[in-house]
Every structure is written in C-alpha cells, then in structure tokens.
Design a binder for this molecule. Structure first.
Ligand code: MRU
Length: 344
C-alpha cells in the first residue's frame, strides 16, 4: 500500500488479532472504533450497519472468517465445520450486496485447500481481498475521472467512499481523482432514510478538503434543471450480467431524472460487484429493513394506523446507464452491447 492509499479514512483495521470497525452509525459526531474478536460480532456489525457499503461488507466478512479460524482451529478437531457455520452466519447478515457472498466464496476456497498453516493462509486471503479492493478503487478513480473531463458538476448518492470500501472509494474515488485534475462542483444528496450522504459522504469529503454542497433528496430534479450537474456518479451493490444495477434506494429515481434532463449516469464498482449468475435485475433480492428506521416514535403504537415500507435498494435498468466503470475497464452505453459480459 502506498502512503497516499493509507491516508483516507478507514472503515476497517486489522490489528493482528482482532478487527476494528469504525461505527458508522455514530458519524460524523463521534469517531469510535469497536474491536471484534469473533465472526458473530462481525455479522452483527454488518446487520446493524456499523459497517456498510458493498465492498466494505465483503472485506469485514472476510476478516470475520479469519476470526472464526483463530477461535476454532486450536480448540477443536471439527474446526472446519464450525468455521463453515460462521460463514453461513456471515452470509445471512445482509442480502443485496454480492461482494459479501463473493468474499465468503474466496474464503471458502482457501479453507478448502490443505494448507500447512490454515491461519496464515486464511489471513493472507482476507488481506489480499482488502488490498485488491483499494487498488481497484484507485484504478477506477482514474478511469472514471477521464469520463468527467470538462464536467462542471456531479451529483452523488449514498456513501461510496473510503467508508464503504477498503479505502479511497468507488464513485467517491472517481470524484476524488477528478477533483485533483480539474475544478468540480460536488453535490451530495442526503440519502434518506439513513442519511449516508449527509453523515458520511459530506464528512468524508470535508476530511479530504473537497467542498461539497448537500441537497435534500427531493431537490435532485430541480438541481438538474438548473444545469449545474453533468453527471450523476453512483456505486453499486450488485450488477447483473446485462448491466442492471442494484444500489441504494433512490438511485433509480435519480436515473430517471437524469434521463429527463440530459444528465449522464456513471456507475462505478469493482468486478467483485458483478453477479455473473444473474442475468437481469428483477432476480436480485432487495433488502427491506425495519419500518422503525422510517417511523417516528409516535407511530410505533400498534393502533396508530401508520406503517412503513422500507426497501433500502432499488434496481436501475441498464437502459438508463451511460457508463459502468470497473477496474478492468469501462463499458459505455452498456444497454447497446452485451451488458457487462465483455469484461468477464
Ligand atoms: O445500505 P448501505 O449504506 O450499505 O448501501 C450502500 C450503497 O448502496 C452503496 O452505494 C454501495 O454499496 C456501493 S459502496 C462502494
């Protein structure tokens, strides 16, 4: 890792015998790292969104498997079965981000090998997943910044920065790289209901010294109408082979608005976000979270008559996407070709 790559905010830190996770529920007011010593703790950290963002979830789960091996290897002849049970627990933590399942598959592959030192082998695998994600982000940053050449303004959604990845970020990495090259007005929407835009993206950009203007989610159409943004730049939780993209709820709305206003839409995600096993977006499981994340306390009584529907991702059809940027290359107008299949 280069010095520059180390300098961004870090969501995850491997200490040598534990995983430190920055509690993103408490940002930006409080910067608190909690230490995790077992896979169950990591699974809870993912479910409760202490760590979130597709690549970061995958990396955290990979270290969760390392913790599981550390716990069971010396203590039981049946340690592999116990680790497999922990992998299943981690896989149940959140359903939409395919990076979680991709990372667990990598760890299972290593576990299946007859290693002389399973502990060292499994840790090396997690560290490789982590390091490769950072490298991919830097590569995507440059490729995406090429597309932004000459752009005056961009709007981003949710948080796709160092907090959501191994470091640097996907869509936010592109914005970082582009900002180094040229003046760029950066707009971030709040991203209700969890406010990843307000609490995380605005904070991360301020840490980097990149000015950002927050907007209410509902101001996006009006912002586009003013001509202030040339591109919407977002990340992804799962990209299907035809190029449909599951991402934070509200991405689809932005894509529809972008089309109406002649604004381009860039999706930035590592290859680990592509689900080759699914052809199109209607096959993606969309996580629905507790309605309490939306409902004020006064509506929590059963007889209030007020309920809430809380899907936290949506699917943007490939037809609305101008470019998909991965570390392996850029697919322009993916709907006119074979989706992302050319990257395989
Ligand atoms: O619910 P979250 O905060 O985990 O959702 C995160 C997103 O939707 C991100 O856009 C996506 O994971 C890409 S992060 C590089």
């Amino acid at each position: 890792m280069t010095k520059q790559q180390k300098e961004t905010v870090q969501a995850l830190q491997w200490t040598g015998d534990a995983l430190k996770i920055l509690d993103q529920r408490r940002l930006p007011e409080h910067i608190v790292y909690d230490e995790y010593n077992d896979a169950a703790g990591v699974a809870t950290a993912i479910t409760s969104m202490r760590v979130r963002g597709a690549p970061a979830i995958g990396i955290a789960a990979a270290y969760g498997v390392v913790l599981s091996v550390r716990k069971h290897y010396a203590q039981s002849n049946h340690w592999r079965q116990k680790v497999v049970a922990d992998i299943e627990l981690l896989a149940r933590s959140r359903p939409t981000a395919v990076n979680l399942f991709w990372a667990l598959d990598q760890m299972k592959g290593t576990l299946g090998q007859q290693l002389t030192n399973p502990l060292a082998g499994i840790l090396a695998c997690a560290e490789k997943i982590h390091a490769e994600d950072i490298a991919a982000n830097h590569k995507m940053g440059e490729l995406g910044a090429d597309l932004l050449a000459g752009a005056k303004g961009v709007l981003t959604h949710c948080n796709t920065g160092a907090l959501a990845t191994g470091g640097y970020g996907t869509a936010l990495g592109v914005i970082r790289s582009a900002y180094r090259r040229q003046p760029l007005n950066v707009f971030a929407d709040e991203t209700r209901p969890w406010l990843q835009g307000t609490r995380l993206t605005a904070w991360e950009l301020s840490q980097e010294g990149i000015p950002v203007t927050l907007i209410a989610d509902s101001a996006a159409a009006w912002l586009m109408k003013t001509g202030a943004v040339d591109w919407v730049v977002v990340g992804a939780d799962r990209i299907t082979a035809n190029g449909d993209v599951a991402n934070k709820i509200g991405t689809y709305s932005l894509a529809v608005l972008a089309k109406e206003h002649g604004v381009k839409l860039m999706v930035v995600a590592p290859m680990s976000t592509i689900d080759w096993g699914i052809n199109q977006g209607d096959q993606i499981k969309i996580e629905e979270r507790n309605p309490r994340e939306l409902l004020p306390d006064c509506y929590l009584e059963e007889d209030s008559g007020v309920s809430a529907w809380n899907p936290v991702f949506d699917v943007t059809p490939v037809e609305l996407i101008t470019a998909i940027v991965t570390e392996r290359g850029v697919v322009l107008n993916p709907a006119t070709g074979q989706g992302v299949r050319g990257l395989k």
